[in-house]
Design a protein around this ligand. Structure first.
Ligand code: PHE
Length: 446
């Protein structure tokens, strides 16, 4: 007997899991940094437009491919890219395998950063408990610290995914996502009451014409939106494949994107005012109009700001780094499911064996990245984010728009109604061209 495929039990469970995948370090850290470096409110406005015209279509496309194929990315892309007279199937499978490999690479660097967040969370807790030696050890970068925390985080990811989709991923997304929102709102409330926060709100929410003059604004917003919605590594595709046949993918894509964008917006309401509070206290937060190093923002500027806030400070630090750790965890579980589902379905491993194997391989890669941090870390991040994400995203659009012919719902509807025809052409032509623009600009110019 073929065992039944695991699936999401409820619509809300899916929305929280997919939003959990989307809401990650990119929202809490990446988005506010981009806002600060690309014209404040101008970036926010362009970002919102880009989410609608490019990112939601891409999310819809990735989810639909998984949903139609009800299979892991290698099998799904192989199946849908198939056209009798073309090499589609082989190409589809190759891109699927690239996704599996890309997910493993991304997981190896993402776990390192997530480990830093967890170390800093515990470091803040140590400070609250008045244990300065532990605080220092946990917040100072060292080989052992990084290795220990990568391992801890990997165990966290593994413990959730080994339980499967409905009992692991869905259950934990339902627990962690509400917690994340509560932490974020509490932190925003606290920072908003500090002197200087008002100027930050103004910079974030009142567009100035000067803000729009940044030539990189649009490309930066498109790259950020793509990364933020977890497109291009098969994470959303595999989640889509666990939805039941009658799911309304269009509606779900819009809900997930709305939640992701809301959380990014809220993170901006926290970080931008916090930067202004820090400036008001005489701290240096930028140089030549650019934020001083992004890592410094998270690991130096904000912790220093928290330390100046008296007894509440260590708790603020703890909440803040827990927020980042939780955001990271709900993203790592979605990505880990990509290689696991492949081993499960295409290589007939048990879930336990597949999970162990995948976690072990990520551990080896992460070990290499920690040991040869320079230059491997930056290369890996650049490969995944600058090449893999936009190129796979482009391929997904080509599959939906050009290769997948049978039972392609959007294509069928496009024959009957002009609204859908417009949408279909948007997906098959406009979106790929926009992505190509991002790819060329990011890969060759910067
Ligand atoms: N969306 C995640 C974030 O914002 C990153 C991610 C990208 C996760 C691709 C999975 C797949 O941090």
């Amino acid at each position: 007997m073929i065992p039944m495929r695991d699936s999401f039990r409820t619509r809300l469970g899916f929305i929280l899991a997919a939003a959990g995948s989307a809401v990650g370090l990119g929202n809490i850290w990446g988005f506010p940094t981009q806002v600060a470096n690309h014209g404040g409110a101008a970036f926010l406005m362009v970002y919102l437009v880009v989410v609608v015209i490019l990112a939601i279509p891409a999310l819809y496309t990735e989810l639909s491919i998984g949903h139609q194929a009800q299979a892991n990315p290698v099998a799904a892309l192989g199946k849908l890219a198939q056209r009798p007279h073309r090499v589609g199937a082989g190409l589809g499978k190759s891109v699927g395998l690239l996704n599996v490999g890309g997910a493993v690479l991304m997981l190896s660097f993402y776990h390192i950063i997530a480990g830093w967040m967890l170390a800093h969370a515990l470091g803040s807790l140590a400070l609250a408990m008045q244990w300065p030696e532990a605080h220092l050890a946990l917040t100072t970068s060292s080989l052992w610290r990084d290795l220990v925390f990568v391992a801890v985080f990997l165990v966290g990811t593994g413990t959730i995914v080994v339980r499967g989709v409905s009992n692991g991923i869905e259950v934990w997304s339902r627990r962690l996502m509400p917690l994340l929102v509560v932490l974020l709102v509490v932190l925003i409330g606290y920072i908003a009451m500090q002197p200087g926060a008002g100027a930050g709100f103004a910079r974030y929410l009142q567009p100035s014409f000067a803000g729009f003059s940044d030539p990189n604004l649009v490309v930066a917003a498109m790259g950020q939106a793509f990364f933020s919605l977890s497109i291009g590594l098969g994470g959303m595709m595999i989640y889509g494949s666990y939805l039941d046949r009658n799911a309304n993918i269009g509606q779900l894509a819009v809900s997930v994107a709305a939640l992701d964008t809301l959380i990014a917006f809220l993170a901006g309401l926290l970080i931008i005012p916090a930067l202004y509070v820090a400036m008001g206290q005489g701290m240096q937060v930028s140089e030549n109009g650019q934020l001083i190093g992004e890592a410094q923002l998270i690991f130096n500027v904000l912790p220093e700001l928290f330390e100046r806030m008296g007894a509440a400070g260590p708790w603020l630090g703890f909440f803040f780094f827990m927020l980042l750790s939780i955001a990271a965890l709900t993203s790592t579980i979605s990505l880990a499911e990509v290689p696991i589902a492949y081993l499960l379905e295409s290589r007939q491993h048990s879930r336990r064996r597949a999970t162990t194997l995948v976690i072990a391989v990520i551990a080896v890669f992460a070990l290499a990245l920690v040991i040869w941090f320079v230059p491997l870390f930056a290369w890996t991040v650049a490969y995944v984010t600058k090449f893999q994400l936009p190129l796979s995203g482009l391929f997904y659009f080509i599959v939906l728009g050009w290769l997948w012919s049978r039972s392609n719902k959007l294509k069928e509807k496009a024959r009957e109604q002009w609204r859908f025809r417009l949408l279909f052409w948007h997906l098959r032509l406009v979106c790929p061209l926009l992505l190509l623009w991002v790819f060329v600009d990011v890969a060759f110019a910067g």
